[in-house]
Design a protein around this ligand. Structure first.
Ligand code: FAD
Length: 516
């Protein structure tokens, strides 16, 4: 379809405009919209598309106030749309205010910057030019004053007010106001350095810095490792009482049950458990693969690759490794284009009764337990399993850097029951998996792809309120993984992140609790 021929997919969090939806997206919307008019054949558009995708991830929390859209003007069916907006060159970016009226053709961003930060600032500038009644979906962006604060808690029903003290030219305060837009019990306002009364009253000496302000004039400084957007944002989202809109608050683990007959298993949130890995193998090989009575073609290739990678790299107990090796040699020696699941299952269940050879039956989730039976569990196990495998593969120096990722890609494509997940994963794989050229690049690819999925799913219905989706590892788990560029933007310290991943998923760190 035309959408697939374009530069963006459904996984990019960018609304794809068509003649059918263009009016409902751009006109009378509660949110402002930035639209990229592009032609899929245009080199500058191709070069710009990764920046626009990163921008969409960066502004994910701003969606109620401002959303990103794109339209491929090279697609025949979109020709009229692009003509009606007078588009002559690509890429063109246009800003549509909230509640734009019919006939509005948007405000072009002339000579727009080609980096996320520059574009983000342009968007804030445009949001601030809204001239009619301020759109209710957008929080106030103007600086606050001492007078406003006096009556703040009378007019705003929130528990926390975060004040960002900053210079007039800084965007951090406004960025955070938008970053916290979808969270309840908190409001964020910027205070300019020139607001002397407040600066003196709170004793502010550093700009930017963040203070939490409470009724009665009490205040306390927000402690962060670095005075920067990402550190503030992470800390504010985790304040007592702050919850994502529409999500129930997290419950204490005392009240949690895995299911009625399954008691909650206390665990360390920053460790990997063998029980989760074995449960994942059980579920994948006895439930997902079982959905195919006859396994042939792509599915047979996928299963063979998956088992080969498991036999090679799974850091399992000897009994489990014996089983995986026997299944692997059975598959490798198999002749013919198809196998039946029943035949596979005989080997899997060790019908020959070889001693010390078994894959335990059933699931015992530990690190992948959810606060409700429909949260976490198997998909959590799938991610964990493949992170472990990419890390194990780094010990085998001469192996193919893409081997584990390829096995995962094929497994997900043929067997992973969540079909939409498989589609999103395939989009990411097609985009960049083939660039992986070293074993550490494979570890990185899976880590950053998983973070892209976390970004997309933050706030989704499938998110367990007790385990919010974050850009992982958090600044608490790995402070050294997080860096701030000279311009204040967040950056991963790749060397530190790699050492963290290698140690976190290493076989010696895997805990053996709760195994039978
Ligand atoms: P998970 O995201 O499952 O992560 C498991 C554990 O891995 C975390 O608890 C954490 O310890 C660790 N971790 C987190 N991030 C990283 C990282 N970047 N690198 C290394 N370790 C990390 N759900 C949907 O609703 N829509 C989808 O499109 C979708 N696509 C998916 C695609 C694949 C291939 C898979 C395996 C799952 C997909 N899911 C999707 C499910 C979703 O990603 C989660 O697995 C599920 O919601 C359970 O979340 P969780 O809280 O257990 O954390």
């Amino acid at each position: 379809s035309a959408v697939e021929a374009g530069l963006y997919t459904a996984s990019d969090q960018i609304v794809q405009l068509t003649p059918g939806n263009v009016e409902s997206v751009l006109l009378n919307s509660t949110a402002a919209t930035v639209v990229e008019f592009y032609a899929s054949w245009c080199g500058h558009c191709i070069a710009f598309s990764p920046v626009y995708k990163s921008l969409a991830r960066d502004l994910k929390e701003w969606k109620p106030a401002v959303d990103l859209a794109a339209v491929d003007c090279a697609a025949e069916e979109n020709r009229k749309v692009c003509i009606s907006y007078s588009i002559r060159g690509y890429p063109t970016l246009k800003f549509f205010h909230a509640y734009s009226k019919a006939g509005s053709t948007g405000k072009p961003f002339r000579d727009f910057p080609r980096d996320v930060r520059g574009l983000r600032h342009k968007i804030i500038d445009q949001l601030e030019t809204h001239s009619e009644t301020w759109p209710p979906a957008c929080p106030p962006l103007e600086p606050t004053s001492e007078a406003e604060l006096d009556s703040f808690f009378e007019t705003n029903n929130v528990q926390h007010l975060a004040l960002i003290f900053e210079e007039a030219k800084s965007y951090v305060g406004r960025e955070l106001t938008l970053d916290l837009l979808q969270f309840e019990n908190i409001a964020v306002r910027r205070v300019l350095k020139t607001e002397e009364g407040l600066v003196t009253k709170l004793g502010v000496t550093e700009f930017p810095s963040c203070y939490l302000y409470y009724p009665g004039g009490n205040f306390t400084r927000l402690k962060v490792k670095v005075e920067a957007r990402m550190f503030y944002s992470y800390a504010l989202q985790r304040l007592q009482g702050v919850v994502r809109s529409g999500k129930p608050p997290p419950v204490t683990t005392d009240g949690l049950t895995n299911s009625t007959e399954d008691p909650w298993r206390p665990f360390n949130r920053s460790r990997v458990y063998m029980a989760d890995l074995e449960s994942t193998l059980h579920y994948s090989l006895r439930m997902e693969v079982a959905a195919h009575t006859i396994i042939k073609g792509e599915a047979l290739i996928a299963l063979t690759k998956y088992i080969a990678v498991l036999a090679e790299y799974f850091p399992g107990r000897p009994v489990v490794m014996n089983l995986l090796k026997s299944v692997n040699s059975w598959l490798q020696n198999h002749i013919g284009g198809e196998i039946s699941y029943d035949a596979f299952k005989e080997i899997l269940d060790n019908s020959a009764q070889s001693p010390d050879t078994a894959l335990p039956e059933g699931v015992r989730w530990v690190g992948c337990q959810g606060s409700q039976p429909h949260f976490r569990r198997y998909p959590c196990g799938v991610w964990t399993l493949f992170h472990v495998l990419t890390v194990q593969a780094t010990n085998a120096e001469d192996s193919d850097p893409q081997e584990v990722l390829y096995a995962m890609r094929k497994y997900v494509q043929s067997f992973f029951g969540c079909r939409l997940c498989a589609e999103h994963f395939e989009n990411m794989a097609r985009e960049s998996m083939t660039d992986v050229d070293t074993l550490s690049a494979a570890v990185f690819w899976l880590w950053s792809s998983h973070n892209r999925v976390n970004n997309r799913l933050a706030g989704a219905l499938s998110e367990d309120p007790n385990f919010p989706k974050i850009q992982w590892p958090s600044p608490e788990m790995c402070p050294a993984c997080h860096m701030v560029k000279d311009n204040g933007d967040h950056q991963w310290n790749k060397d530190q992140a790699l050492s963290f991943l290698l140690s976190y998923f290493s076989s010696s760190s895997i805990l053996k609790d709760y195994l039978e």
